[in-house]
Design a protein around this ligand. Structure first.
Ligand code: R5P
Length: 299
């Protein structure tokens, strides 16, 4: 028996996923106590006992609460007694603090992964900022790339396309998309001030004149990275700039920043517990891609 249990951030996507993989969607009671502490209760314990459980949640918004909620769900399942737990976290918070940038800092993503490790047999995630960090999970863990799926939405619109990674760290993801579609690829040299967060780009030698550029990135947070890189590419003669980014947090005026920078269209994946309605944006569901991976796991 296969069942799906969801955190509050991801209920509608988890229900769709359960239908596609023909698993039973299990009801959960969620509560917040007056002092802010969380409570969960997995209902229908008899259907869950001894089953393969897919726990789906996303760790944005309310990163800290979502981490605790996921851990509470996992603990409840362990106590019920299940066969196998596959944790699906399309967006893992704290993923960008993947190293000590300044002395005295933690490696936050390792802390988060270690917390989940105890409860989980398999971890699935989507376009993780730095998939190499999964090494510390020490259990089966798979990062699913959906950027190619997102590129599909612009493939018939772009002329003389060039795929650009907005920094060197994003190059592997961009290269994967570029190779799949037979498009050339390059990257920009970005510097971020680790204290102020300010971004600067080295003037690029790239020849983008008359080409449609598609920027491929994992996260849009404040939109600073995309806005600065688009402005630079357009000033160097790019015809249009499209953006394919997996996780659209879009905080602190990001949408306005993107609009002002001249970006033509932004394609995002539905990996978060929040979506925005705006003519600049379009969303792609990742349910089918997750289901394909999970079907392989169940074989
Ligand atoms: C950085 O390495 C990431 O891949 C994203 O480019 C970055 O986190 C986006 O942040 P923002 O939108 O605030 O520039």
């Amino acid at each position: 028996m296969n069942v799906v249990v969801s955190g509050r951030n991801f209920v509608s996507e988890a229900e769709a996923f359960a239908k596609v993989v023909e698993a039973t969607f299990i009801d959960v009671t969620y509560k917040v106590f007056p002092d802010g502490e969380l409570y969960v209760k997995v209902n229908g314990v008899d259907r869950v006992k001894g089953s393969n459980v897919f726990v789906l949640n996303t760790l944005y918004p309310d990163q800290n609460g979502s981490i605790v909620e996921s851990l509470l769900l996992l603990d409840a399942l362990k106590r019920i007694g299940v066969n196998r737990v596959v944790l699906v976290l399309p967006y893992i918070a704290y993923s960008r603090q993947d190293k000590v940038f300044l002395e005295g800092e933690p490696v936050s993503i390792e802390v988060v992964l270690r917390m989940f490790r105890e409860y989980v047999d398999v971890l699935l995630t989507v376009d993780l900022h730095n998939p190499d960090v999964l090494r510390i999970f020490n259990k089966p863990a798979l990062n699913i790339t959906v950027s190619d799926f997102l590129y599909e939405s612009v493939v018939n619109e772009v002329e003389k396309p060039l795929i650009i990674a907005p920094d060197k760290g994003a190059l592997n993801r961009a290269r994967f998309v570029a190779e799949k579609y037979g498009v050339s690829v390059d990257y920009l040299v970005k510097k971020r001030d680790r204290v102020t967060g300010e971004i600067t780009y080295e003037t690029s030698e790239l020849d983008v004149m008359g080409r449609d550029v598609v920027i491929v990135d994992d996260i849009i947070s404040t939109g600073g990275t995309i806005a600065k890189s688009s402005e630079m590419l357009l000033s160097k003669g790019a015809r249009k700039v499209y953006v394919v980014a997996t996780h659209g947090l879009l905080i602190n005026g990001a949408l306005e920043r993107l609009r002002r920078s001249g970006v033509r269209r932004v394609v995002l994946a539905k990996t978060l517990g929040v979506t925005y309605v705006d003519p600049l944006l379009s969303y792609v569901s990742i349910v089918d891609r997750l289901a394909t991976v999970v079907r392989e796991l169940l074989k």
